[in-house]
Design a binder for this molecule. Structure first.
Ligand SMILES: Cc1ncc(C[n+]2csc(CCOP(=O)(O)OP(=O)(O)O)c2C)c(N)n1
Length: 293
């Protein structure tokens, strides 16, 4: 587009070199995130991208704009706080299945239940990638992993079933090999008012040879093509999300279009025009903070 004021892919460009493995699903996810931000015309100064620790988090310095790279499993409370403090910015958080479903699973539960207004992208590559392939809650049973050489003895978790059980306001699933579809889903998540949960089934070329890109490609389908599917019906979403082996549903599986986010429910913020980040400027907190020096 020839428009000097339009947001373009280059606005999010960083010349840092990617460190992901060749053909890692993270490349597709990253591309879709940038495309979604550009398509929604979000200026980098109006977005905050929050990264957890892991291969997924190593995207944090490969993109321009405001970014935060947090502690393992703890990206959600940070993103929630940021979105409450400044409602004018779009907050997107990223985490892996390891950090999110083990160390930080409490934060995931509360983010869904509280319906904080931001988007969370779960990179589900079925293992702890950066620390070289330990089992996570989504690793398939029987698969030998680092620290579990005789095979994982626990049944894997179906993330979407878990999330839907928490009554989310938005739950979507995507596949890292389909950039166009991921872009659409992320755009829908960004536009949603409340916590938009997006699970991305991500191929991991190094530690997950069992389910490569082609494995997913042959099995995923787009739920919007399923005749009569009603994404406002939570029970239908539960039904279609069960199958993770043969016909894997992707797309926005559930959305409550009347969702009211956490902040909007707070009686003491009703009618307030200012943001908390502005209000805090009226207080001198230097003396208070000096007690911790
Ligand atoms: C509190 C804490 N515990 C453990 C680690 C070590 N650690 C760094 S990356 C990582 C694996 C991350 O796996 P996952 O969250 O699935 O993300 P992926 O690397 O697969 O994208 C671990 C365990 C850490 N940095 N901090």
């Amino acid at each position: 587009m020839n428009c000097s004021k339009c947001i373009q892919m280059f606005d999010y460009y960083s010349d840092n070199i990617f460190t992901w493995c060749t053909n890692c699903g993270n490349y597709g996810i990253f591309s879709a995130v940038k495309r979604a931000l550009v398509a929604e015309e979000i200026d980098p100064k109006d977005a905050l991208l929050c990264f957890d620790i892991g291969c997924n988090g190593n995207g944090s310095d490969k993109i321009s704009g405001y970014r935060f790279h947090g502690l393992h499993g703890r990206v959600l409370p940070f993103a929630a706080g940021a979105s409450l403090a400044n409602r004018k910015i779009k907050v997107i958080a990223f985490g892996g299945d390891g950090g999110t479903l083990s160390e930080g699973i409490n934060h995931l539960v509360h983010s869904v239940r509280s319906n904080y207004d931001f988007t969370f992208i779960l990179h589900n590559n079925e293992n702890y990638g950066l620390t070289t392939g330990q089992a996570s809650l989504t690793t398939r049973k029987g698969k030998p992993m680092n620290a579990a050489p005789d095979g994982v003895v626990v049944e894997p978790m179906n993330v979407m079933e878990f999330i839907l059980g928490l009554k989310p306001s938005f739950a979507a699933r995507a596949f890292s090999g389909d950039v166009k579809h991921m872009t659409e889903i992320i755009r829908a998540g960004i536009k949603h008012r409340g916590f938009s949960f997006i699970e991305i089934l991500q191929n991991c070329t190094t530690y997950n040879a069992e389910t490569p890109h082609e494995w997913y490609q042959e099995r995923v389908y787009d739920i919007s093509k399923l005749k009569g599917y009603n994404k406002a019906d939570l029970e239908s979403a539960k039904e279609v999300s069960k199958d993770l082996e043969e016909n894997i549903a992707t797309g926005v599986l559930y959305e409550d279009e009347d969702s009211v986010d956490f902040y909007s429910r707070l009686a003491n913020r009703k009618g307030t025009q200012t943001e908390l980040v502005d209000e805090v400027k009226n207080y001198e907190i230097g003396n208070f903070l000096s007690r911790f020096n």
